[in-house]
Design a binder for this molecule. Structure first.
Ligand code: SAM
Length: 280
């Protein structure tokens, strides 16, 4: 089984996380006391069919398992909600990484459940350090799950659907349905008034029939969505990297990809890895 999605940005995203993981393991190999976990919240099958290409390429999970130098991760934890895809990843690992099988856990669950479980694990086990990768299709990661990571030893790379998710729910006239408001609140961990204040400006105008309130969406709401998510991450983590901004063929922004950490050296590495690809 293959996951299908596409474009150069898929490759760029995988290159970023793999380059970061290698640099991370160089640092961790000097910390003899620390045990490392790679946590992938949206793991996929391990194989990707990229749009517009005939061949199948390795997904992030297998590329991370390929890292041997300076050392592999001590533990791998892959979360995949779709049972068939989860089994495909398990089989891939069994066949191609038999020596890693006992340290590579593949679970069929919602990422939110396992983010909270990982937060509890890291709270109890202070000698563990985690590198997390959150690569969802949509707005399926709840702010509540991210907030549980406060103060813990995890570097978290997260793909934020700013253009494909948040911006699509922000109607131009501000008349957002109750379901979409609830979705935005759950995703951002903010109340609807704070969300409105960030993305809309309100103007009182005098008309023939008295005062009227005009609500208009701010310009560059996708960029503002990226800035807002970065601010939100900064309430949980000390540092958040610059975003790698992913655009589609028509140059519209789809995602902001960023890393959150409590470690200043980790921040530096993340920004260095992103820099050559960072286009804004
Ligand atoms: C974008 S793909 C993952 C690609 C993978 N990260 C890679 O680079 O190879 C997203 C995967 O997440 C799974 N998924 C969707 N919602 C999920 C959820 N709430 N929790 C865990 N997995 C989920 C999908 O079945 C799909 O296989």
């Amino acid at each position: 089984m293959k996951n299908t999605f596409g474009g150069n940005w898929t490759e760029a995203k995988m290159e970023i996380i793999v380059a970061y993981a290698k640099a991370y393991l160089v640092i961790m190999s000097k910390q003899a006391w620390a045990k490392t976990i790679y946590f992938d919240g949206f793991a996929g099958s391990g194989l990707i069919e990229v749009d517009g290409r005939e061949d199948v390429v390795k997904g992030t999970s297998l590329r991370i398992l390929d890292i041997l130098e300076p050392k592999p991760f001590d533990t791998y934890y892959f979360v995949e909600k779709d049972e068939k895809i989860k089994i495909a990843l398990e089989n891939n690992i069994k066949t191609n990484y038999p020596d890693k099988e006992k340290n590579a856990h593949v679970v069929c669950e919602d990422c939110n459940v396992k983010l909270v479980a990982m937060a509890n694990f890291l709270t109890r086990n202070k000698s563990f350090r985690a590198l997390g990768f959150i690569d969802p299709y949509g707005m399926s990661v709840n702010w509540d799950s991210i907030s549980k990571l406060k103060g813990l030893g995890i570097d978290l790379w997260i793909l934020v659907p700013t253009g494909l998710g948040i911006n699509r729910l922000l109607k131009n006239n501000g008349e957002i349905s109750e379901a979409w408001l609830l979705k935005l609140e759950k995703f951002l961990g903010l109340g609807r008034e704070e969300i409105r204040n960030h993305f809309y400006k309100t103007q009182i105008v005098n008309t023939l029939f008295g005062e009227e309130t005009l609500v208009n969406k701010e310009k560059s709401t996708v960029i503002k969505a990226g800035e807002l998510y970065k601010q939100r991450l900064n309430t949980v983590f000390k540092f958040v990297s610059e975003p790698f901004i992913m655009r589609n063929k028509t140059n519209s922004i789809m995602y902001h990809f960023m890393m959150a950490t409590n470690n200043s050296s980790a921040l530096q590495i993340a920004n260095d890895v992103i820099k050559p690809k960072y286009k804004e």
